[in-house]
Design a protein around this ligand. Structure first.
Ligand SMILES: [Zn+2]
Length: 168
């Protein structure tokens, strides 16, 4: 993993993205800048990338998420309890790319799962044009969650039927 850097423009996307997606770089940076401008003041921001995953995963280790790029928008951070909105690009099992947006909350189950994605949207993309559109759609999804909330992890967990922290 490399990063974080404050702006997607500082990520060497040309080295990370498969060749057929590289014409998407400028549009991806524009979308990322727009998302960065909507981050809450408490969010540290930043983008990570994964140079070791630049080649497609081999058949035997499919099923694991092979990230190329990701960021998280921290909406709530009370140390042990938190709410993050994530945006990432990873390999799909078919060796295309898949763009994902998710709402992630801290786990309060008796057995610790660390994190639960309580909302997730994914777009599999085969071309640079599709990647541009999907990345914009994913960023718009994250901005939508940012503006509508909920802005605390408790409400998301309740809605997902997950155990909650005892905060009475
Ligand atoms: Zn759990």
């Amino acid at each position: 993993m490399a990063g974080p850097v404050p702006s997607l423009a500082s990520v060497p996307l040309i080295e990370v993205l498969p060749e057929r997606y590289r014409t998407a770089v400028r549009d991806l940076c524009r979308t990322a800048d727009d998302l960065d401008s909507h981050r809450p003041p408490t969010d540290r921001g930043g983008w990570h990338w994964y140079p070791a995953n630049a080649v497609p995963p081999s058949r035997h280790d499919r099923g694991i998420s092979h990230l190329l790029l990701d960021t998280a928008v921290t909406v709530h951070d009370a140390g042990v309890d938190w709410l993050e909105l994530t945006l990432d690009i990873a390999w799909s099992p078919a060796s295309n790319l898949v763009v994902s947006a998710a709402v992630e909350v801290a786990c309060w189950c008796a057995q610790d799962h660390n994190m639960h994605p309580v909302r997730e949207a994914q777009w599999e993309v085969a071309t640079a044009g599709e990647l541009v559109e999907a990345f914009a759609a994913a960023a718009a999804t994250v901005r939508g969650w940012l503006s509508t909330g909920p802005h605390d992890p408790y409400t998301w967990r309740r809605q997902a039927g997950l155990p909650d922290a005892s905060i009475s």
